[in-house]
Write a protein that binds this ligand. Sequence first.
Ligand code: NAD
Length: 368
Amino acid sequence: MSNPSILILPGDGIGPEVMAQVTRIIDWFGEKRDLKFDVETDLVGGAAYDKHGVPLSDETMARAMEVDAVLLGAVGGPKYDDLDFSVKPERGLLRLRKEMDLFSNLRPAQCFDALADFSSLKKDIVSGLDIMIVRELTSGVYFGEPRGIHKEGNERVGINTQRYTESEIARVARSAFELARKRGNKVCSMEKANVMESGILWRDVVTEIHETEYPDVELSHMYADNGAMQLVRAPKQFDVIVTDNLFGDVLSDCAAMLTGSLGMLPSASLGLPNADGRPKALYEPVHGSAPDITGQGKANPIACILSFAMALRYSFDQGDEATRLEKAVEKVLADGARTADLMGPEDGTPISTTQMGDVILEALDASL
Ligand code: NAD
C-alpha cells in the first residue's frame, strides 16, 4: 500500500512561513508515529501567477484532484492588488474549491483555556467553548445567476442571486448531521425563512433529511440574525451550526473572534467521498497572507498546524493522532508560549514562528 498523499500549497506572504512548521510536524508523525505521507509542494496564488501567469496552473489543479488532501497556506498581497480579477491570487483558491466541489466548509471555534482572556467576550462566556460551523461553500448568492452590474435608466444596478437546489442543501445538511454524531449530537440550522424563499426551502430540506436519516440527532432552527446575537450572547448553547454560504461567511467570522486571534483558526473544506471513501479535502488556516508581518518571523503557525490536525481527523482517519497534536498545542499555550498576536504590549517578549514550531514538537515528543 502506498502512503496517503498530501499536496502542500504554501502560497503567498506568511503562507510559506507557517507551512514550514507544518512540514516539520508532518515529518515528526512519519518518524515518531510511523505515519508516513507522500508530500509534494507546488504554487498557488501570487506565487503561481509570478511563474505561470495564472494563480493556479492546470497541472497543479490536476494534482489537487488526485491527492488525498491539499494543505494551503494563504494567498494574496498588495503586489497583486491591481491585477485583473480573473488572475487575482484569490481566483486560484476559488478554482480549487469549485473544481474539487468542496461544498462543506468546517470552521471550528474552540476556546483554549489559556487564551480565554483574549476573547472580546467575558471569560465565563467563552471558556471551554467548542462549536463547529458548517458553511455551504459552492452555491448560494456568491455563485447564483443572474449577477452583474448594469444600467437601468440613469443609474447602475448591482444584482446577485441567492439560489439553492434541494440536493445542494441536502448534502451539506448530511455533512453537518454526520459531524454532530461525532460530537455533541446537536445541529442548529440557520437561515432567513421569514423573508427568503431560499430560506424556506433550506428549512424544509434540512427537516426532511433529519426526519428520514438522522432522527437521533437533535435539530433546531434559528433565523440567522438571531444566530448572530446568540453567538455573542451564549455561544456554548451550540454544537454544530449549519448554514448557507453568505450567512456562513459572516457567522463563522463572528464565531472566530470569540476565540481570540486569527492566528489560531483552522478550517477544512470537504467534498464528496472518492472511491476509497475519503472526501476530497482542502485544509487551510482562516487567516490571509498577512503582508504587514511577512518575513519577520512573527506569524503564528497554530492555525495552519491545527488545519493539519483536521486533515489527520477527516482525511486520514487518525482521530487519536489529531487529538495528540491538538493537546500539544494546548499544552504549549498553557505553558505560556505566545507569538506576538497572542500578547498585549505589556506581556513581555513573544516567540517566533519557528520557536512556536519547536515547542509544539517538544510537546509532541513529551506525549509519547
Ligand atoms: P489577514 O488575515 O492576512 O490579516 C489580518 C490581520 O491579522 C493582520 O494584522 C495580520 O498580521 C494578522 N494575522 C493574520 N494571520 C496571522 C497569523 N498567523 N499570525 C499573526 N498574525 C496574523 O487579512 P487581510 O490583511 O485582510 O488580507 C491580507 C491579504 O490576504 C489580502 O491580499 C487578502 O485578499 C488575503 N486573504 C487571503 C485569504 C486566504 O488565503 N484564504 C483569506 C483572507 C485574506
